[in-house]
Ligand binder design. Structure first.
Ligand SMILES: [Zn+2]
Length: 247
């Protein structure tokens, strides 16, 4: 989803974008990525930066192959207008959130992820000094304690949502390029809302798709899926029970 998001943000006319991704592009990525066959085997961040500068000649691009865990230079983090995290790994995202909070990083962070089977996608905008943080999105709705799965998710927690294809050794979460594009467009809209000064508070947004594909493979959906009626509407992130950012 990162390449779709970078492209969606670039086409709004931002002046400078710095892309980080440790991975090289592989043919497995083809149907869910902006890159094509000629980029196979090459660093994703280099190729996306190259494509963006060809398509939008006034944009300044930088790239590296660092993981999020290596982003510990506070002075550098503070130089960005906005940090966007689209890695789909909640544990590492929460570690990064704790790092930026502990080290008083001033730059807001937007975290975005999508769920499998086309059921939906989410984005959380965490603005320092504004009530509401990434941890608000991880409070278990039943126990009010920090959980491992986000309370925004539409698939119930503690299910194995990965699958494998015959002849293909590795496991993956099934989602289409359309889900990636939809989530990227939603997150880019939220990013631009912040950069343009329209969205000044920590907030969250989700889109909800059909549950059918998930039900067909025996998965269950969360209470939030059934009660959710606010697709694409930005809502306050603050959770009154969050002991990280409230009280
Ligand atoms: Zn919080």
């Amino acid at each position: 989803m990162g390449s779709e998001l970078a492209t969606a943000i670039a086409c709004t006319g931002v002046g400078e974008i710095h892309l980080s991704d440790p991975d090289n592009f592989s043919s497995d990525n083809l149907y869910r990525h902006t890159l094509g066959l000629r980029s196979v085997g090459m660093p994703k961040s280099v190729c996306v930066a190259h494509d963006l500068s060809l398509h939008y000649p006034w944009i300044v691009t930088q790239w590296d192959q660092e993981t999020l865990q290596l982003k510990t230079d506070v002075e550098k983090l503070n130089q960005y207008d906005l940090i966007v995290v689209a890695i789909g790994t909640p544990t590492i995202e929460r570690q990064f959130h704790d790092f930026v909070t502990t080290n008083d990083v001033k730059t807001p962070v937007l975290y975005t992820w999508l769920e499998g089977y086309g059921i939906g996608g989410h984005a959380v905008l965490d603005i320092p000094k504004s009530q509401g943080c990434l941890r608000c999105a991880y409070l278990d709705p039943d126990t009010c304690e920090q959980g491992l799965a986000s309370n925004l998710n539409f698939l119930s927690p503690n299910q194995d949502i990965t699958t494998t294809l015959a002849g293909c050794g590795h496991q993956f979460i099934p989602y289409s390029g359309i889900s990636a594009k939809t989530t990227a467009a939603m997150a880019a809209e939220m990013a631009m809302g912040y950069l343009n000064g329209l969205n000044t508070k920590s907030s969250r947004v989700s889109w909800r798709g059909s549950e059918q594909a998930a039900l067909d493979v025996g998965l269950s959906v969360s209470y939030r899926y059934h009660s959710f009626t606010q697709s694409l509407q930005v809502e306050p992130l603050k959770n009154r029970e969050c002991d990280v950012c409230v009280g």
